[in-house]
Design a protein around this ligand. Structure first.
Ligand SMILES: Cc1cc2nc3c(=O)[nH]c(=O)nc-3n(C[C@H](O)[C@H](O)[C@H](O)COP(=O)(O)OP(=O)(O)OC[C@H]3O[C@@H](n4cnc5c(N)ncnc54)[C@H](O)[C@@H]3O)c2cc1C
Length: 314
């Protein structure tokens, strides 16, 4: 069994155990959340030894070159010495504003200590002082002075509870990232686009739509925002005004109890989507179902961009 060393911790990784679970079993304080290779919270650096390619899948080339990998996806085949990621992957930030967008959605604004390059729609991992880490999608544009995140309040949620109840303007955090492939790519300005988000799945789409319009996208853009109840819809006025100002943007808020499941509504309104580009973000089950439906309606898989907001695992 391979041995893994991290600071003063050392453990033998058991069969079918990830490096993350092995180190957590020893009590090592490794930040983590989804444990499924999606959120990026458990990224570490290999100092000595080789990490399997699967543990680096989806990471930026510059991070791969530095030996960065996701501990939850790493099943080492030989001995490894690992360490925290370097300052090139994280930077300090200060919370500047916390405003309610609805009863259970908070707009969190931050200013970064150094220039932070990202694409609207990508996500960052927010790290608290004690190492608690959770990922949030970026709703702001690169030229806006503050980074904007939309955080839904989760009952007994550690990070969202902290942001709601304790953190105030001036609170310091660290950001890791940006990560993810869910963003607007310029080049096919006449291509029709369909964007569907549920809950705070609107956050990345809010960034992507504004980025596309600013970049000069001319094709039709259909933005759907789904919520269980009317109170769950937010930024309605801003989005309606954005649609009034842009003839190619259509914004449709949708409530489950009035309109039925959003994936069925999309399937009946858009039975043929050949040549379109699709974005789906939010609830993992719905994201999975919508990805499949968009593909079956004709969108090429390379034109489907998705972020499933996987919750933290025990
Ligand atoms: C790529 C990515 C992007 C994300 N972007 C956003 C975003 O833009 N906005 C946003 O609000 N969230 C986003 N999330 C989810 C976010 O990272 C956290 O999981 C969420 O905020 C809950 O963290 P918490 O610490 O408050 O709750 P935790 O302490 O992690 O959870 C408390 C309990 O609630 C459960 N739980 C957590 N989330 C849910 C849920 N949605 N439904 C049911 N049970 C749940 C947990 O399993 C746990 O038992 C994203 C996740 C990923 C992977």
């Amino acid at each position: 069994m391979p041995t893994v060393r991290y600071e003063t911790y050392s453990c033998e990784i058991r069969e079918n155990e990830s490096l993350l679970d092995g180190l957590l079993r020893q009590g090592a304080p490794i930040a983590h959340a989804c444990k499924a290779g999606s959120c990026g919270s458990c990224m570490l650096r290999a100092v000595d030894g080789t990490v399997p390619a699967r543990a680096q899948q989806g990471l930026k080339d510059s991070w791969k070159a530095r030996g960065y990998f996701l501990a939850c996806m790493c099943r080492p085949e030989s001995d490894l010495t690992v360490a925290e990621v370097g300052s090139d992957a994280r930077l300090g930030a200060t919370i500047t504003g916390l405003h309610h967008l609805s009863l259970d959605v908070l707009r969190v604004r931050l200013v970064c200590e150094a220039p932070f390059d990202f694409r609207p729609g990508q996500y960052v991992t927010l790290l608290r002082d004690d190492g608690l880490a959770r990922s949030y999608s970026i709703a702001s544009l690169l030229d806006e002075s503050e980074l904007e995140l939309h955080v839904r309040r989760i009952p007994n949620g550690r990070m969202s509870g902290w942001l709601y109840e304790e953190a105030g303007p001036g609170a310091r955090v660290q950001l890791q990232g940006p990560s993810g492939e869910c963003f607007y790519v310029a080049g096919r300005e006449d291509q029709p686009m369909l964007l569907i988000g549920t809950g705070t799945g609107l956050a990345p789409l809010y960034g992507i739509v504004r980025d596309a319009l600013k970049t000069g996208h001319r094709g039709p853009i259909h933005l759907f925002h789904g919520a269980l109840r009317t109170e769950g819809l937010y930024l309605r006025e801003e989005l309606a005004a954005l649609a009034v100002g842009h003839a190619n943007l259509a914004y449709t808020p949708s409530v489950l109890q009035d309109d039925g499941p959003i994936d069925l509504m999309i399937a009946s309104r858009f039975p043929k989507l050949d040549g379109w580009r699709g974005f789906v973000c939010g609830d993992p089950t719905l994201v999975q179902s919508l990805k499949k439906k968009l593909f079956l309606s004709g969108i090429a898989s390379r034109d489907i961009y998705a972020d499933a907001f996987l919750p933290s695992a025990p």
